[in-house]
Design a protein around this ligand. Structure first.
Ligand SMILES: [Zn+2]
Length: 338
């Protein structure tokens, strides 16, 4: 089969790779229906995370099960499935508490930007749709593998409740879907911190009510202005830089919560600032497995359409162009079809 491999910063190649096979008795092999490029893939693509050897890329996936190992009981060949970027058993204490990305047996799922994929712990990791979906639903179902589940987790972690004022820091795909999530949870007002016009438009479509283009101290001041000097009740931090994290904490009202899902790069929070802010923090790699059943229902019943976040669709063979477009901010998120 063919798949994408990152050789060095900026160097993604689509090439012949070994066909995935069942290795452990709990594995499944799926044929990819759609995959995509994640904002977090860009950390390696840009050389911010070191690339030490050629590495298969991609961790967002959905598709048809082709084969399962002998211990797999709930997942069957022919089912259309979606899974998280971390495989999890869904039975250990951390999974039962809803934090499957901290599973005691977790394994990263890598190499999803390919024609086929091995998924470990298939019973715990994969969730099947009621039947194979219409093609038009596939992009939205794919987002549940990471980006939509991550935006949803940001809103859950920030304790969004009906009527709240929610501030979203970051207008990438996760931030935009964090806005969709907050809207779905009944937020009364959603402030989108965004400087880019096409993203502002999508933000408004997804439920944002106010746009703040300023950043840093000016951005915080603007959020305070919009909230009568109080700050937002809940803040979703969807970037992961020191600046965005500071902006998130300072724009939250005392007693409010920040849900942070941007992978931190260079973030250091002074303890004293945190202490006197009265702000609660909860973040981490989103346990998207927890939300899959509920989010699949919402997509299946056409109540949410997170697939709108894909503004570029390419054949999988052009995966390198997909990275380039996102790196140069010409695309919000690239959908790849084998
Ligand atoms: Zn577990």
């Amino acid at each position: 089969m063919r798949g994408a491999v990152l050789y060095a910063p900026g160097d993604v190649r689509f090439e012949e790779r070994a066909d995935p096979i069942i290795i452990e008795p709990g594995d499944a092999v799926i044929r990819i229906a759609a995959t995509c490029v994640c904002g977090s893939d860009l950390w390696s693509y840009r050389g911010i995370n070191p690339v030490t050897e050629p590495s298969p890329t991609g961790h967002e996936y959905c598709g048809l099960v082709e084969e399962v190992g002998r211990d797999v009981t709930t997942i069957r060949p022919g089912q259309f499935v979606i899974g998280s970027f971390f495989a999890s058993d869904n039975t250990c204490p951390h999974c039962r508490a809803g934090f499957q990305t901290s599973c005691q047996h977790r394994e990263p799922v890598v190499g999803a930007q390919s024609e086929r994929l091995r998924v470990p712990l298939a019973d715990g990791t994969l969730v099947a749709t009621p039947e194979p979906p219409d093609a038009e639903l596939i992009p939205s179902l794919l987002t549940l593998s990471d980006v939509m589940g991550t935006g949803w987790f940001a809103a859950v972690a920030a304790k969004v409740e009906p009527g709240m004022t929610v501030n979203v820091v970051g207008d990438g795909a996760v931030g935009l879907l964090g806005m969709l999530s907050a809207a779905r949870m009944g937020a009364g007002r959603i402030i989108a911190m965004s400087r880019h016009e096409p993203r502002q438009k999508l933000a408004l479509d997804f439920g944002a009510t106010d746009i703040v283009a300023e950043r840093g101290d000016d951005g915080v001041a603007r959020v305070k202005d919009l909230t009568g000097g109080v700050g937002a009740d809940a803040v979703l931090e969807c970037v992961g830089t020191a600046e965005s994290m500071t902006q998130a904490i300072l724009s939250t009202r005392p007693g409010g919560f920040v849900g942070f899902v941007g992978v931190p790069h260079g973030v250091e929070i002074p303890g004293v600032d945190l202490f006197y802010s009265h702000v609660g923090l909860r973040g981490g790699p989103a346990p998207v497995r927890r939300f899959l059943p509920e989010l699949i229902d919402l997509v299946w019943n056409r109540e949410i359409d997170p697939g709108r976040v894909f503004d570029l669709t390419l054949p999988l063979a052009q995966v390198a162009d997909g990275y380039r477009a996102m790196d140069q901010r010409q695309a919000i998120k690239t959908l790849l079809l084998p």
